[in-house]
Design a binder for this molecule. Sequence first.
Ligand SMILES: NC(=O)c1ccc[n+]([C@@H]2O[C@H](COP(=O)([O-])OP(=O)(O)OC[C@H]3O[C@@H](n4cnc5c(N)ncnc54)[C@H](OP(=O)(O)O)[C@@H]3O)[C@@H](O)[C@H]2O)c1
Length: 287
Amino acid sequence: MAIDIDTKIIGLIGYPIGHSMSPTIHNALYNRLDMNYIYMAFNISKDNLHRAVEGMHALSFIGFNVTVPYKERIIKSLDTLEKESEIIGAVNTVKIEDNKLIGYNTDGMGFMNGLARLNFSPSGKDIIVLGAGGSARAICVYLLKENPKNIYILNRTFDRGLALADELNKTFHCNIVRPIKMNVLDNLKPDILINTTSVGMYPHINDSPLEKYDFHPNTVVVDIIYNPHETRFLKEAREQGCRTQNGLAMLIGQALASIEIWTGQKISYEQCQNILRDDKIFIDLSI
Ligand SMILES: NC(=O)c1ccc[n+]([C@@H]2O[C@H](COP(=O)([O-])OP(=O)(O)OC[C@H]3O[C@@H](n4cnc5c(N)ncnc54)[C@H](OP(=O)(O)O)[C@@H]3O)[C@@H](O)[C@H]2O)c1
């Protein structure tokens, strides 16, 4: 697709953004679906963050994605936040509209999109979340909206898990988010077990967030890591009879949610998968 005077620009800011798949995914979709948009990534140093946001605004960008390490810090440069992103306290998508910058968080939306693909409803379920970082927070907020029975948070730094649980219980006026320690794990039979830690991510592909764990075959196991395609954690779960899902579902889900926010256009997951497969952007698109 030719770039012309009407081409709308969408940005990605972070530091470093060198590893991001987003420009490839977004530009492939815009190109193949004849959408007159271009997606550009910018490495922005901390001192230039606010100036970069003002620059994108001045240059009539229609919006931008925000990645590590600015998902929280960006908030003070925005005018308003959509409800969930305010609760999460982090923004990965900004829409620029009517001279206003509006913050969203599509990580949780993308994750829920992945669960829907598994036909898994969190309602009334026992859930274990490994990790208590930014993605765990976004995922827990969206899970809590579906009324799960319990969410157990197991984090390397227990106090961080405790702080997240306290905050979520307070925000959602409930008492179902429980920080746990490793020794409790074997007594639980979760309906779903979600890894949100970075353990097992390339290049540390022989690591797993759970060493010597006996998975329950009825547990659905999700790893939000997508590189490697199947982490050691997911492989062990699959070999022990669990239904599994990797991080591609969330990655694609959050990109499609951002596109809908910026352009109003709904692209189906299947349509996206076909384009990414045809363009050979991912060798394996199974989830
Ligand atoms: N699929 C997607 O679309 C998608 C979207 C967002 C993120 N992700 C992936 O999700 C992962 C986490 O991202 P994030 O933004 O949530 O990161 P984050 O905020 O930095 O949180 C990292 C989490 O991992 C834990 N952790 C890190 N190293 C560990 C280790 N060696 N042993 C045990 N726990 C460890 C941390 O525990 P402590 O609190 O103890 O430090 C923390 O809970 C990354 O791999 C990222 O690529 C995927």
